[in-house]
Design a protein around this ligand. Structure first.
Ligand code: NI
Ligand code: MN
Length: 233
């Protein structure tokens, strides 16, 4: 997979750091310090310019407030989550909704659909967090990455292929809260990526899906099994 100067690091679970050729650091789903799958060496976040949040569950935005306050990134998320983050003191919110695209320097972020829920646990309350989403991120170097967030397979993934043609798809495969490897293979038929990076597996015992199962089923796409902390470049 040719990344043309991008550096893609998996921090475990659904959390990824992407550094662009111009040096912008993107953090997708900021669950780092509290993330048991994140290696100790990565738990000190050094720099974030843009944060993308897929939905309000703790295993995706668990460290969003702390990281955002420390590094003041642009925080891209759905409006209802932006409202909640704003109340928690997060500034620099770049809210958007599904179908929209924001251009941030050498990054073009489109919010797309995901089939999942989105409550935010706040103390003993669950706050409405908008809807769960995924992101298509197009970089000025021509590489396009789709991060599906938490979702089952859905037929509109075909639209994501036809409109944005992501070469890389980050897909959950753990089962129980998201799709399993069989659905991820089906999703890949709709998305037609060159490469799939499996995520959202193994962190908890119920997330039983394995990259090897996806590799057996996925035709025409390379399955890149990353280790938490590993960087592709
Ligand atoms: Ni979730
Ligand atoms: Mn999740």
């Amino acid at each position: 997979m040719e990344l043309k100067g991008l550096k893609v690091t998996w921090l475990g679970h659904a959390t990824f750091r992407i550094v662009t050729p111009k040096g912008n650091t993107i953090l997708i789903d900021p669950w780092v310090m509290g993330n048991p799958a994140c290696p100790e060496s990565e738990k000190q976040v050094k720099k974030v310019d843009v944060m993308l949040c897929t939905h309000g569950h703790f295993d995706h935005i668990g460290d969003a407030v702390e990281i955002a306050k420390k590094h003041s990134p642009k925080v891209v998320c759905i409006p209802e989550m932006a409202g909640w983050l704003g109340k928690k003191g997060v500034k620099n919110l770049a809210e958007m909704n599904k179908g929209g695209t924001q251009h941030i320097d050498d990054i073009h972020v489109t919010m797309v659909h995901a089939v999942h829920s989105c409550g935010i646990t706040d103390g003993d309350q669950v706050v409405y967090g908008g809807e769960a989403c995924g992101y298509v991120v197009k970089f000025d170097n021509g590489v396009t990455i789709y991060h599906a967030g938490d979702t089952m397979a859905f037929s509109d993934m075909k639209i994501i292929h036809e409109l944005w043609r992501p070469q890389i798809a980050m897909l959950p495969i753990g089962d129980h809260y998201t799709m399993d490897p069989r659905q991820a293979a089906y999703a890949a038929e709709l998305l037609q990526p060159k490469a799939i990076i499996p995520m959202h597996f193994g962190t908890f015992p119920v997330l039983t899906g394995k990259p090897s199962e996806l590799a057996k089923l996925a035709e025409g796409a390379e399955v890149i099994e990353m280790k938490p902390g590993e960087t592709l470049s």
